[in-house]
Design a protein around this ligand. Structure first.
Ligand code: PMP
Length: 379
């Protein structure tokens, strides 16, 4: 049953990598609390520190810059809700785990403009980041690296250079990058960056906030000395072990970008041939190699997702991963796209175990789905 399914929803959650499963199984047998000084505690501590090195290597950061969290939602909340900001600059394309805490923050909020191509220009930060409330105190800029619905990549390195020059804190949500494109935290120049284990083949419920050495950020979770007093709470040993192993496996998968891009290009070429009216969102923008956001005029996302699911294929409609509801995508709406696209776009996302066979199966079904609609249209 499972074997006959085709999973094209890696941006929602990637299947668990065997290396992560093995590391988690081994960690389940370890009983110590990583803060305990006895032998059992030290064994647990060693698992956490190994994982920290693995995650640090994945993004080219120092191990001491990696703080484990319960996921990227916590990491994004940590930064946005820190209460230190006089102003927060962000765009409507951000994930809800950024938009939610920003909406509740006591800072002045500045909405950055997004082009029809899905991009935020460095000029936008220059225009808003140095005046008004931003000039009155510490300013936070939140700009994602890659969008989870469209895969569109933001010019984070250039924005970070501007922010560093003007003493603005720049945070980036890099959740969708690992296992798809390389991240070099040291070179990128951001102050903080969030990661999520389950997008790269680790378990859900583990993630990290990577904080540049020397950057001060008040703790979000308090009441314990864990993570060098930066994140209180007994560590999720099993989840962190799986996150570390998945990070190492993703780092070793060096041919991944080219392989994913080849599969994605096959997928898009097939879609264009079978449904010439289909719109591929962000096709002209720099994009992740694994993500396709596609809208077909006259076919709502909801209907397509259900038809594909019945045919054995898992895809998602917009970013409905948290609620199961399907509505207009806030990301595509922020890009200024027409309702015909914001209501109809579905997302196909490939990953570490995707194959040519998955693409072929999808295209067969896609042909059927669109043909059956054409039949009904003339009936
Ligand atoms: N940011 C982005 C871009 C995401 O895609 C997600 C997951 N949907 C998150 C943050 C939240 O990550 P987590 O599930 O680890 O809380």
């Amino acid at each position: 049953m499972i074997a006959s399914r085709t999973y094209l929803d890696h941006n929602a959650t990637a299947p668990l990598r065997p290396e992560a499963l093995a590391a988690m199984t081994a960690a389940m047998r370890v009983c110590g609390n990583p803060s305990s000084v006895h032998h059992e505690g030290r064994r647990a501590r060693a698992i956490i520190e190994t994982a920290r090195e693995q995650v640090a290597k994945l993004v080219h950061a120092k191990p001491l810059e990696v703080v484990f969290t319960s996921g990227a939602t916590e990491a994004n909340n940590w930064v946005a809700a820190s209460g230190e900001w006089a102003a927060i600059l962000s765009a409507g394309i951000e994930h809800d785990s950024v938009r939610g805490p920003i909406a509740g923050a006591s800072a002045a909020l500045v909405s950055l403009q997004v082009s029809l191509d899905g991009l935020v220009a460095v000029d936008e930060i220059a225009r808003h980041g140095l005046s008004g409330a931003a000039a009155m105190g510490r300013t936070l800029v939140m700009l994602q690296m890659a969008n989870n619905e469209t895969g569109i990549l933001q010019p984070v390195a250039s924005v970070a250079a501007f922010c560093r020059a003007h003493d603005l804190h720049i945070h980036t949500d890099a959740v969708q990058m690992p296992g798809r494109l390389l991240i070099d935290f040291a070179e990128l120049g951001v102050d903080s960056l969030s990661l999520s284990s389950h997008k790269l083949g680790g378990p859900a419920g583990a993630g990290a906030l990577v904080i540049r050495d020397g950057v001060k950020l008040a703790s979000f979770m308090t009441g314990g000395g864990q993570e060098r007093r930066r994140r209180a709470g007994t560590e999720n040993l099993i989840g962190i072990a799986g996150f570390g192993a998945a990070a190492e496996a993703a780092r070793n998968d060096v041919a991944t970008t080219a392989r994913l891009a080849r599969l994605r290009d096959m997928l898009e070429a097939g879609i264009r041939e079978l449904t010439p009216s289909a719109v591929i969102v962000g096709a002209a923008s720099p994009r992740l190699p694994n993500t396709t956001s596609v809208a077909v005029p006259g076919q709502t996302a909801e209907t397509l997702v259900i038809k594909l699911d019945l045919a054995g294929i898992a895809v998602s409609a917009g970013a409905a991963c948290s609620s199961g509801k399907v509505g207009a995508s806030h990301v595509l709406t922020a890009m200024g796209l027409a309702p015909e696209i914001t209501n109809n776009a579905i997302r196909l996302s490939l990953g570490w175990n995707s194959s040519e066979a998955d693409v072929a199966t999808f295209l067969n079904v896609w042909g059927e789905v669109t043909r059956s609609r054409a039949r009904r249209a003339v009936a």
